[in-house]
Design a protein around this ligand. Structure first.
Ligand code: 3UK
Length: 568
């Protein structure tokens, strides 16, 4: 594979709208997104040091992930399964994606570079739509299923979205948004079921098309997706990724840490609109010719039976989901058959040691923890089963570099807590956003996490930098207190914040969801406080404990600490 000039350079590069040579000229006719890339000096430094990270100047990731297998005579392998006994081979998925690409281009007037909103719970059809857009040179904008009309309006406006493919069961909120979305002119629905298939249904339109399509010959640096961050506060940011970014991610963490094979069956909960799900449940399995199960219902009580039903082997979900599933398995009654399962990946939040233990006791499987971000596309620090260390996230993933910096950007000695900084083949590229300068400084991607790099090379998560609790002069990381509380058998879930306090600056406050059959009374408060004092340094114990029936979480499973901080 020829190395492109850009791939061999480690220096920050500009968006170079004209392209830096004939080979890299954009295929985008609509250059809205390209024109709004960060300026050259605001981009992170890129590293392409591994031999497998040399990419040609022209690259369409749909060709690499999907068409390649059919071209190699492997079209009969199963690519994707879903509810309702849907079981598509690579050839089936390719045919459906090609037909959708034709609908987009021939019926909906898509030109390369247009933004296409995708809206649906995970399903094979949603995967086909993703590939249809990418094949046609469009830019996928995934949306979390639970988003409301006003949030959709914000996304459509910010990304100037012109087209949408929408699961009819999630059409209501978009319909409400439409009057305020003047750019969004072309909408088609899918998934209406046998009874409701109308003339304008995506499946009906697709069925009338040939199953062939010539993928748009995109540049490796053409944008193929915008991921709106699941940020817990503030105005949403759109992280943009090139076709090359998707392929680069496929060649770092998956082969070096996950090490799945083509016989693996992937399953999990994160939506394809979240890059954790897009990588783990679509790009990574397809990059190796494996298969994926895309189920719309993937809450813990649905994921367990789905693993058994599909004989899944590799599972992606969040720490709280592993904890809930472990509790489910430990319950009386028939155990779900998990004998197929061999690898379990946790990301999105720090994995508490107690959760790692519970899952291992329930299944015998050591969880692969990994920290990733929407801005970097996927996981950059992680540990495989052999390197897993309770309480630590792991080692830097081959292809990436990690450092812990002080507030001035100097690298700290091992063992000191500072700001996590990452460089690699992917990096932060917000769509026209001043916050680019917060995430990218001096070429590093600053994830906003406080970390410690220890003498074994393990990176140990402390807290989000803005979540550190400073109480009575001590720095206390809320997640450490949470991890201690989670070791107590009465605790189902918890969240720890700093509550402003005149005397101490802040006091440590814990919100606790108890397991059934435990009372949230004064005796329980004292029990939990004593337990924390016995488990970690006593000054970190929660001076206040409030019992709740549930905790506020994002759709990606992250605890919304800012909501716990709200008074009342
Ligand atoms: C936190 C973790 C400790 C951390 C993501 C894997 O979560 C993902 O992306 P987001 O943009 O959030 C990024 C932030 O989430 N985080 C994620 N994983 C861990 N903290 N341990 C972990 N294992 O604060 C990070 O900065 O929503 C995760 C792959 C793709 C992703 N987009």
């Amino acid at each position: 594979m020829p190395a492109s000039s850009s791939a061999s350079s480690g220096a920050p590069r500009g968006a170079s709208p004209e392209g830096s040579g004939a080979g890299s000229a954009t295929a985008h006719v609509d250059t809205f997104a390209r024109d709004r890339l960060p300026a050259a000096d605001a981009l992170p430094e890129l590293l392409f040091e591994l031999p497998e990270l040399q990419f040609p100047p022209r690259l369409n990731c749909a060709t690499e992930l999907l068409d390649r297998w059919v071209g190699q005579g492997e079209g009969d392998r199963v690519a994707v399964q879903g509810h309702g006994a849907v079981r598509w081979t690579y050839a089936d998925l390719q045919a459906q994606a090609n037909r959708i690409a034709r609908v987009l281009v021939e019926d909906m007037g898509l030109v390369p570079g247009n933004r296409v909103l995708l809206r649906g719970a995970n399903s094979p059809m949603l995967a086909a739509c993703w590939f249809g857009v990418v094949k046609a040179g469009g830019i996928v904008v995934g949306t979390m299923p639970l988003l409301r009309a006003r949030e959709l309006v914000g996304i459509v406006e910010k990304a100037q979205i012109s087209h949408a493919l929408v699961d009819s069961r999630l059409a209501d909120e978009l319909d409400l948004a439409l009057p305020q979305c003047p750019t969004l002119r072309q909408v088609r629905h899918f998934g209406m079921g046998a009874g409701g298939v109308g003339a304008q249904a995506l499946e009906t339109l697709a069925a009338g098309k040939p199953a062939t399509f010539d993928n748009v010959d995109t540049a490796a640096e053409d944008i193929c997706l915008m991921a709106f961050t699941s940020g817990t506060t503030g105005v949403p940011k759109a992280a943009m990724h090139f076709h090359r970014d998707v392929m680069a991610a496929c060649r770092c963490w998956p082969p070096h840490v996950l090490r799945a094979t083509r016989d693996d069956v992937f399953i999990g909960s994160p939506p394809l609109a979240f890059t954790f799900g897009l990588g783990g449940l679509l790009a990574f399995p397809l990059a190796i010719g494996a298969s994926t199960v895309l189920v719309e219902k993937a809450a813990p009580d649905a994921l367990l039976p789905a693993i058994a039903q599909f004989r899944a082997t590799v599972c992606f979900t969040a720490p709280t989901s592993y904890r809930a599933m472990a509790a489910q398995i430990a319950k009386e009654g028939p155990r779900p058959d998990l004998t197929s399962l061999r690898k379990c990946v946790s990301a999105g939040e720090a994995l508490p040691a107690a959760t790692r233990r519970l899952w291992k006791d329930a299944t015998g499987i050591e969880i692969i923890d990994g920290i990733g971000s929407t801005e970097l596309f996927h996981i950059f620090i992680s540990a495989d089963e052999a390197h897993a260390r309770p309480g630590a996230t792991g080692l830097v993933v081959p292809g990436y570099r990690a450092a812990v910096l002080d507030d001035e950007g100097r690298e700290l000695p091992r063992g000191q807590v500072g700001r996590l900084a990452i460089k690699g083949p992917t990096g932060c590229k917000y769509l026209e956003d001043a916050r680019q300068a917060q995430y990218v400084q001096r070429g590093w991607n600053l994830t906003g996490d406080a970390y410690l790099h220890d003498s074994d090379g393990q990176f140990v998560y402390q807290a989000r930098t803005d979540d550190m609790i400073i109480s009575g002069g001590y720095n206390i990381a809320g997640p450490e207190v949470e991890s201690a509380l989670l070791l107590h058998p009465a605790v189902a879930e918890c969240g720890v914040i700093g509550r402003p306090d005149e005397a101490r600056g802040m006091v440590v406050k814990a919100f606790v969801v108890l397991r059934p059959d435990h009372a949230g009374d004064a005796a329980m408060v004292a029990t939990l406080q004593d337990f924390v004092k016995q488990t970690i340094a006593p000054y970190k114990y929660p001076r206040e404990i409030e019992f709740r029936a549930s905790l506020p979480r994002t759709e990606t499973g992250k605890l919304q600490r800012f909501r716990l901080r709200e008074p009342g």
